[in-house]
Structures are given as C-alpha cells and as structure tokens.
Design a protein around this ligand. Structure first.
Ligand code: TXA
Ligand code: MG
Length: 349
C-alpha cells in the first residue's frame, strides 16, 4: 500500500465540503485520519472487514488488538451491542460525547476483525465535532485506533499522523492540535463488576461518583498478566519513541537533581540526552529539553506528553530523561501510565 495521502486542512469555510469528501472515502472502504479531542484516530467503516483490515495494515497493528468503534448517536450503539446495561447508560449520560470508551457485549453485525475476535466491542462518542460530523455524514460507525505506527507515541497533530502514516492511508483531516493529548479511559461494562482497563482523561473517581466502586483492571507495567486477559492491547510495548526513555519518580527536587546528575554522566560518555521535564529550572543544561507544563497541572502535562516524546526523537537524542514528579491526580494517572509504558527503566527516588 503506497499511495498519495490527501491532507485536508479544515476551516469553518470548507467544513462541510471536507466532511462530505472524507465521508465518501469512508463509505468506499478507505482510511481517513481524524482529529478527536484526545488524539488523532485512523478511521474506517467499522462494519466493513476489508476497510478495517486497511487500518491494521497501515499501523502494523497486531490482529488480536481490538479497535474502538466511534459513534455519533446512542441509536448507533444499539445496533452494535446486545444491551446497554443501566450503569453503562448512566456513564453515557454523564460523559458522552467525550473521552470515555465502554466495552459491551457485541452483536453479530460487528465483524470479528474489528474486535480481535472478542465477543465484546469498544464504543465511544467523541466530543470533537469534526469526528462526529464525519460519522454522521458517512452514516457508518467508525473504527479508529490512534493514528500512529503501532508502538509509537500517539499523534496529537496531523503532522504526527503524516510522519508515521503518509503514503499508507487515504487522507488526514488537519484540525490542529488535539486538546486533551492522552487517550480515552476504557471501562469494561460487559458484565461482572465494572473495571477500568486503561486510565484516561475521565478519572476513576469521576466514574465512581456515577456508578459506585469499579475495579482497576490495568497495570502500568507491560507484562502484567491481568492486562493481557481483559484488554489485549495493553500487553504490547506502547508509546515508545526510538530513544531510550528513563523515567525518574519521586519528590520534585530529588528528581530534578538526579536528572542533572544523570545528564552530566551520560553526556560525558558521548550520549545525546534529551530532557522531558516539569520545571523550567533545567533549561540552562541543554536545548534538547521539552517543558511538559507545571507539575501541579496534569492537564497541561497530558497535552504536551506525546508531542514532547516525538519532538525529542526527531532531534536525534539517544536517551530521554523523563521527570515523573508531577501530580498523579486526575489525568495525571493516565499520563503516568503512558510514561511508564514508554520507559525502559523506572528509577524511584
Ligand atoms: O482516545 C482514544 O481512545 C483514541 C481516539 C482515536 O478515540 N483511540 C485509541 O484507540 O486510543 P487504540 O486502538 O489506540 O486503543 C484502544 C484500546 C486498546 O488498548 C484496546 O486493546 C482496547 O482499547 N480495546 C478495544 N476493544 C476492546 C475490547 N473489546 N475489550 C477490551 N479492550 C478493548
Ligand atoms: Mg493506540
């Protein structure tokens, strides 16, 4: 698969034309990278196995890793699932459209390839109007994993999508940077006690306020067995730039001191070292530095995380020292999860 990828820069003037043209690509079984409020997704008609296969092929995604099906209405969900249990409906009412993905028992209409052969399907209604309009006008539920080569950091801009997938997909809709920056929370509502399978923008606390206690069905470590059983995607290496990421966790000052020390050490031995930090204090050390945001503002850190990993990678650093001293409150837990999965080693101080 090597062809021209069309880039549509969407504005208020050309909005409906771009949506119409991209909806046509989706209806014909093509692939379109779309902005959502979390990260860019690589979309195709979720009910067309050949179209869905193009997504797996373009990303190099393992076939047992199921896709999230994006919808524009609850009626569309009703086609895809056997039932929407009352607690799932409460979550839909509280958080949709938005960054929450529900796992529900699927109907036969959903092809095996979309769900990696599971008897459940992941569904989410994105808040982003471009994504929702594309679903509505194409009149198809749209399967869309993050629009990156498998294993790489998720894309938060059209430039990131093109970096990974240019020539491998039919089109990308460029709507600027995504506003959240980390992926949706995934929660299993398919029976038994609800379990969060991937932390995301919607925190466990916010979910528990609506439906009571939930299980934590994920771990921040790649090899944990519980992940493999419940959410196939979590067992693969994720979010990794080419550089080796070393994550430092602990009190802010200790982390910053250790980063300076390790920076000097590695540089001395000839490595090119990039820094991903939540303090502007270290900027005298090097230009290969990305400020993620304040350690007390996890939403800012979330927005800059994947961009930071990609930008240091592009500068050609060999090692990234990542500051994990930001707050783990709210979306901070999701950011920590992504960083731990991207890291070769976690150093606790
Ligand atoms: O914010 C997001 O969720 C973005 C945007 C594009 O919507 N999408 C995204 O998709 O992050 P992806 O494919 O990168 O991650 C989907 C996750 C994977 O970990 C996958 O294993 C899990 O959801 N998943 C999908 N269907 C599932 C199912 N039936 N049961 C358990 N886990 C499932
Ligand atoms: Mg992904």
């Amino acid at each position: 698969m090597n062809h021209q990828t069309k880039v549509f820069k969407i504005t208020s003037e050309n909005f409906s034309d771009v949506i119409r043209e991209c909806a046509e690509i989706i209806r014909r079984g093509g692939t379109v990278a779309i902005p959502t409020e979390t990260v860019y997704g690589l979309g195709a008609n979720a009910l067309d196995p050949i179209a869905v296969n193009r997504i797996f092929h373009a990303k190099g995604r393992p076939a047992d890793n199921p896709l999230i099906v994006h919808v524009a209405s609850v009626e569309q969900v009703e086609q895809l699932v056997i039932e929407i249990p009352p607690k799932a409906l409460s979550l839909i009412e509280a958080f949709w459209p938005g960054p929450l993905t529900l796992i529900l028992k699927r109907t036969a209409i959903v092809p095996d390839i979309t769900t990696g052969g599971l008897d459940t399907v992941a569904v989410r209604m994105p808040a982003d109007v471009v994504a929702r309009e594309l679903i509505r006008i194409s009149d198809k539920p749209i399967a869309a994993p993050s629009a990156n080569i498998s294993g790489r950091p998720s894309p938060t801009s059209a430039a990131h999508v093109l970096h990974d997938l240019e020539g491998r997909i039919d089109a990308v809709i460029d709507a600027g940077s995504t506003c959240i920056g980390v992926e949706s929370t995934v929660i299993d509502m398919s029976g038994g006690k609800p379990a969060v399978l991937r932390p995301g923008y919607v925190s466990e606390q916010k979910i528990e306020e609506i439906i009571g206690e939930v299980d934590i069905g994920y771990s921040d470590h790649v090899t944990d067995v519980t992940d493999v059983v419940r959410s196939p995607g979590m067992k693969y290496t994720h979010y990794s730039p080419s550089a080796t990421v070393l994550l430092l966790e602990g009190p802010h000052n200790l982390v910053l001191n250790k980063i300076s020390e390790m920076y000097a050490d590695f540089t001395c031995r000839g490595a090119r070292v990039g820094l991903l930090v939540t303090s502007t204090g270290l900027s005298s050390l090097t230009n290969d530095i990305v400020y993620l945001g304040s350690k007390d503002e996890p939403e800012e850190v979330a927005r800059n995380l994947f961009l930071g990993l990609r930008s240091l990678d592009e500068r050609g650093v060999n090692i990234i020292l990542a500051d994990g001293s930001f707050t783990h409150e709210g979306v901070g837990a999701a950011v920590m999860n992504r960083l731990r999965k991207a890291s070769e080693m976690i150093i606790k101080l």
